[in-house]
Write a protein that binds this ligand. Structure first.
Ligand SMILES: [Zn+2]
Ligand SMILES: [Zn+2]
Length: 348
C-alpha cells in the first residue's frame, strides 16, 4: 500500500510500504479521510519520543472496515468507523479508573501505533479492545467523522472546566478546537460565549459559529474587553486553545471569582514559563486546570454530536488533498493558510 512515511525530522515521503497483516484479533480499516493536527506538524518538525521514524503518523481519521479477524466483535465488515488517538493500556491505575489519556504508557494511534497517513490502518487487538473506535451512520461524512477526535478532546476540556448551565465563557484561540467549543458551550448551557482570536483568516471562519462577541487580540485589550462584556466580573470559564503563554496569563487575570481556567493548548518547548500570580488565584478562589487528549467515551460522544449536527465541523474544513500531495498539504498547514486540512488516501 501507499503511505506518507515520516523518515526523519522534517522529512515525509509518500511511498510504498508493506500491507498490514490482519490476524484473528485485529481488523483492517481502509482510510477514507485523515485530518492533519497541529501535533502532527510538531512531530514532523521537532520529533516526539513516542514516534520512532520511519513511522506513519495521523490520528484524526475515519474509514471503512475491509477485513475482520475471526475473534473480533467490536467492528464488522463494511462498518464506517471513526478512530481517535489515545489508546488506554487498560491495565494501569489511570486506565482502570477511566482516565486513559493519563495512562502511564500513553499509547496513541499515529505515535507508537502506526497511524492513518496511509491507505490502510491496522486496528490492533489493543486498539479494538480499549481504544477510541466508533462506528457511525451514513448520515455523517468521512471528513466530519475524522474530526470526532479533536472534538472529543474539546469535550474533555470543557468537562475539566465544569462547563454547565448559565456559564459565561471566553475561548482564547479560534482555531478548529476553539470553534468546536463555541458550539459545545451552547449545547452545554452557556449564556454567553466570547471568542478571542489574533489572525484575521481564522476570525473570518470563526464568525460562522456566531459567538456572542468576538475580540481581535491584535487590536484590543483582551482582558479589559472580556471584563467589560461580563459586567466587570470576568467570565466564569476561560478556555485557552492556543499555544500562547500570554493567553494563559490573561486567562488567570480575567477569570471571575470561583471561576475556572482550562489550559487546553500546550506550549512549545522554547516558550518561557507562565508567570503565575498566585495571590490572584488566592483571592479569587479560582481554579486553574489543564486537559490533554481524551478517553474513548469522549470519542463516542463526539461522533453522536456530529451525527445529529449539534456541533458543526464542515465550516472548518478549508482544504482537501489526496495523500500523494502530503507535502503540499503540510505546507498549507505550516504556513497557516488553512483551518482544518484533510487528506484522502484512497481517492484520487
Ligand atoms: Zn489531533
Ligand atoms: Zn494505562
Amino acid at each position: 500500500m501507499k503511505a506518507a512515511v515520516l523518515e526523519g525530522l522534517g522529512n515525509v515521503v509518500y511511498r510504498d510500504v508493506p500491507d498490514p497483516v490482519v490476524d484473528d484479533h485485529s481488523a483492517l480499516l481502509r482510510i477514507e479521510s485523515v485530518a492533519i493536527c497541529g501535533s502532527d506538524l510538531r512531530i514532523i518538525r521537532t520529533g516526539n519520543p513516542r514516534v520512532q521514524p520511519p513511522a506513519v503518523i495521523g490520528h484524526e481519521t475515519s474509514g471503512v472496515v475491509v477485513a475482520v479477524g475471526k475473534h473480533v466483535t467490536r467492528v464488522n465488515m463494511g462498518d464506517r468507523v471513526a478512530v481517535g488517538a489515545d489508546v488506554p493500556c487498560g491495565q494501569c491505575r489511570w486506565c482502570r479508573n477511566g482516565l486513559g489519556n493519563n495512562c502511564s504508557i500513553n499509547y496513541a494511534i499515529g505515535y507508537q501505533i502506526p497511524g492513518a497517513f496511509a491507505e490502510y490502518m491496522l486496528l490492533t487487538r489493543l486498539v479494538l479492545e480499549e481504544g477510541p473506535v466508533t462506528p457511525f451512520s451514513d448520515r455523517l461524512g468521512f471528513d466530519e467523522a475524522a474530526l470526532a477526535e479533536p472534538l472529543a478532546c474539546a469535550i474533555n476540556g470543557l468537562e475539566m472546566a465544569g462547563m454547565g448551565l448559565g456559564k459565561t465563557v471566553v475561548i482564547i484561540g479560534l482555531g478548529p478546537i476553539g470553534c468546536m467549543m463555541i458550539d459545545l458551550c451552547r449545547i452545554m448551557g452557556a449564556v454567553k460565549v466570547i471568542g478571542v482570536q489574533r489572525s484575521r483568516l481564522r476570525m473570518e471562519i470563526a464568525r460562522a459559529y456566531k459567538a456572542d462577541a468576538y475580540i481581535a487580540s491584535a487590536d484590543e485589550d483582551v482582558v479589559a474587553r472580556c471584563r467589560e462584556l461580563t459586567d466587570g466580573e470576568g467570565p466564569d470559564i476561560v478556555m485557552t486553545t492556543c499555544g500562547s503563554v500570554e493567553a494563559h496569563e490573561q486567562a488567570v487575570e480575567m477569570v471571575a471569582h470561583r471561576g475556572v481556567v482550562n489550559l487546553f493548548g500546550g506550549l512549545g518547548k522554547d516558550v518561557r514559563p507562565m508567570s503565575l500570580p498566585s495571590n490572584t488565584i488566592h483571592y479569587k478562589e479560582c481554579f486553574v486546570t489543564g486537559s490533554h487528549g481524551c478517553v474513548p467515551r469522549h470519542h463516542e460522544l463526539a461522533v453522536r454530536l456530529l451525527e445529529n449536527s449539534s456541533v458543526r465541523v464542515k465550516p472548518l474544513i478549508s482544504h482537501a488533498f489526496p495523500l500523494s500531495s502530503v507535502t503540499e498539504a503540510l505546507a498549507v498547514m505550516e504556513n497557516r493558510q488553512g483551518m482544518k486540512i484533510v487528506m484522502h488516501p484512497t481517492k484520487g
